[in-house]
Design a binder for this molecule. Structure first.
Ligand SMILES: *[C@@H]1O[C@H](CO)[C@@H](O)[C@H](O)[C@H]1NC(C)=O
Ligand SMILES: *[C@@H]1O[C@H](CO)[C@@H](O)[C@H](O)[C@H]1NC(C)=O
Ligand SMILES: *[C@@H]1O[C@H](CO)[C@@H](O)[C@H](O)[C@H]1NC(C)=O
Ligand SMILES: *[C@@H]1O[C@H](CO)[C@@H](O)[C@H](O)[C@H]1NC(C)=O
Length: 332
């Protein structure tokens, strides 16, 4: 046995890892995304497609979308949110399928007055049904620096991740009659828009335009590990994503179930940072808890907690956050 082999193997591994990291670094914004609206409010401070800034003014918001949709994967985006007095602004990072039966996975950051905490609202739509809002505070100031917001989406579960830590899980629960997002590719979107009719304390605080433009910065465009679908009507393309799913880290153990550490972190978020949870808002659902709730909050007892806020939706829809989508493009 040649004693130099392990060393050679190690350096080859290092080279491969470095190549993968370099590949992720060389992916530009334009390789993966395009601007959907508000072009005049979009800035590219580094000029090399590594950072993109979306701005909101009293004239328009702005947004981008992925060029192609994806079916399963590990998605991530590094975002530095609007700082200072951002009350009324909403910055979103989400995935949505805009064909057949509408599915959606949302991160929405609700701005606040200077020094007041930003709220992170998440939601899951499957087959056109949403009403699964959860709201938390973050354990850091999301406007002070970039943080990673991610989604793991495979055949068993969907995780919402913040800096790699799970803040929410949506398990497959077709046995409970809940449709799962497992056959429709989804596009990735981001946008910043004026949500002052509902976002800050149910619309009581209006956006103060003195501080415009409100700017959210994005980076990390090459970090998705997912299956892109070139032609959503092609069953061959969709089947290829299932093949890739079972061969990729995102579709294999340990990513098919929560680890003990993830369960502990979910409990930590539930106990320390949860502000609103549809699972405890029984009056919205005729007194009956949605069936998936017990499965998605492992190891925590779900009781109706008076400390949790009331939900104010005021008719918010995907069209508010993505004005480029028109209703006739969707078959809901
Ligand atoms: C937008 O803000 C600018 C600068 O504050 C102001 O001059 C303008 O009247 C505003 N426009 C609208 C439509 O509110
Ligand atoms: C803003 O801060 C206040 C006070 O801490 C809090 O009650 C509110 O929920 C925060 N978020 C929004 C979006 O209003
Ligand atoms: C808007 O922001 C400006 C500048 O910070 C401040 O002087 C003004 O009082 C704010 N207006 C409101 C209505 O809070
Ligand atoms: C997409 O796939 C469908 C079904 O196989 C096919 O009819 C269509 O021509 C394809 N479109 C493109 C642009 O390749």
């Amino acid at each position: 046995m040649n004693s130099k082999l392990p060393l050679l193997f190690l350096s080859l591994t290092a080279v491969l890892l470095m190549t993968a990291a370099a590949a992720a670094l060389t992916v530009t914004f334009w390789d993966v995304y395009y601007i959907t609206y508000g072009q005049s409010n979009v800035k590219y401070p580094s000029n090399n497609g590594r950072i993109v800034q979306l701005g909101l003014t009293n004239i328009t918001g702005s947004g981008f979308a992925s060029k192609i949709p994806y079916l399963f994967g590990r998605f991530s985006m590094r975002v530095k949110l609007v700082g200072g007095d951002s009350a009324g602004t909403v910055t979103s990072y989400y995935m949505a399928s805009t064909f057949k039966k509408w599915g959606e996975l949302d991160f929405e950051f609700l701005g606040n007055s200077t020094g007041q905490p930003t709220i992170l609202q998440t939601n899951v739509f499957s087959e056109g049904v949403g009403n699964r809002e959860q709201r938390i505070y973050l354990w850091f100031d999301p406007s002070a620096d970039y943080h990673e917001y991610g989604i793991l989406w495979n055949q068993a579960l969907i995780l919402f991740l913040v800096d790699g830590k799970v803040i929410r899980v949506f398990h497959k629960a077709t046995d409970l009659g809940i449709p799962y997002l497992d056959y429709q590719p989804m596009y990735i979107y981001s946008s910043i828009w004026n949500g002052d009719s509902w976002a800050t304390r149910g619309g009581q605080v209006k956006t103060n335009w003195t501080a415009q433009p409100f700017v959210a910065s994005y980076s990390g465009f090459g970090e998705n590990n997912a299956c892109g679908v070139k032609n959503s009507s092609s069953t061959t393309d969709l089947h290829a994503c299932y093949t890739k799913l079972y061969q990729s880290s995102y579709g294999q153990p340990p990513n098919l179930a929560l680890s003990q550490a993830q369960i502990s972190h979910l409990k930590f978020v539930h106990d320390k940072y949860l502000i609103y949870d549809y699972c405890t808002d029984l009056k919205r659902f005729g007194g009956v808890q949605p069936p998936e709730c017990g499965r998605n909050w492992p190891s925590v007892s779900i009781v109706v907690e008076p400390r949790l806020q009331e939900f104010h939706s005021h008719g918010l829809s995907i069209f508010d956050r993505s004005p480029h989508l028109s209703r006739d493009k969707l078959t809901l």
